[in-house]
Design a protein around this ligand. Structure first.
Ligand SMILES: [Zn+2]
Ligand SMILES: [Zn+2]
Length: 241
């Protein structure tokens, strides 16, 4: 197979599956035809922004701080540790992005008035840089891990972002004890002021419980809607400034 095709297939094959699941069990009605082209443009912009942002974050010198005892642990344990450290960082970076002037960096992500798997692709360059920082800081825990692991993590990050925005009925109380689900993240996108500072989690839900930003999706009985409820200069929105 042509190597250049691989990233497209890795993105669109699961994407087709997400579409199929959404059509079978949609959480809300959605006219895909009216939003899909916009989201394809956003995906193109994300690709360019991501390459630029990675070019910057790759240059950050992070010392190999992980002690030999940690590096000697089995890879599976180090992976769990990596995700805990990264996700703790993601929780706080995300929470900070919802405060004061830093909100500009993140506003574009919250601008869609609908949810489906491709709706979460809007990420400004500073947004990606801030999120990438958490990955870069956690990376020494996986020092000398096989390169396949890093591909797998990159793929998992992309799929997780798509999954958490999915327009799907997925009521899994047991899963939400640990992991973020679509309905959990949809509350984070809700335009109801009661949900403005809720459910910041990216992978794990327990940070929200520990730091007081948890809203149980099971207790949100009313229908929620999405968006930022304001008109913003689109160039500033996309640049995050
Ligand atoms: Zn947010
Ligand atoms: Zn989101």
């Amino acid at each position: 197979m042509n190597d250049a095709l691989f990233p497209y297939l890795a993105f669109w094959i699961p994407g087709m599956l997400f579409f199929a699941i959404e059509i079978i069990r949609p959480a809300r009605p959605l006219q895909y035809r009216s939003v899909f082209v916009k989201d394809l443009v956003a995906l193109g912009m994300f690709t360019i922004s991501f390459l630029l942002a990675v070019n910057i974050t790759d240059r950050i010198p992070i010392p190999n701080y992980a002690p030999a005892k940690i590096l000697a642990l089995p890879l599976f344990v180090k992976l769990i540790l990596f995700y805990v450290v990264e996700d703790f960082g993601l929780y706080w970076v995300h929470r900070i992005m919802h405060t004061g002037p830093v909100w500009r960096v993140h506003k574009w992500h919250h601008s869609p008035r609908y949810m489906y798997w491709l709706a979460g692709i809007r990420t400004t360059i500073p947004h990606i840089i801030l999120f990438n920082l958490t990955y870069v800081v956690a990376l020494p825990i996986l020092h000398s891990a096989p390169s396949l692991i890093f591909f797998a993590i990159g793929f998992e990050h992309m799929m997780r972002n798509n999954w958490m925005h999915m327009n799907v009925v997925w009521r899994s109380n047991w899963l939400e004890w640990v992991f973020v689900t679509p309905r959990y993240h949809h509350i984070h996108h809700s335009d109801d002021p009661r949900h403005y500072m809720a459910n910041f989690g990216s992978l794990f839900t327990f940070w929200d419980r520990i730091f007081g930003t948890y809203v149980n999706p099971e207790e949100v009985k009313q229908e929620i809607s999405f968006g930022i409820g304001e008109r913003t200069n689109p160039v500033r929105l996309i640049l995050g400034v």
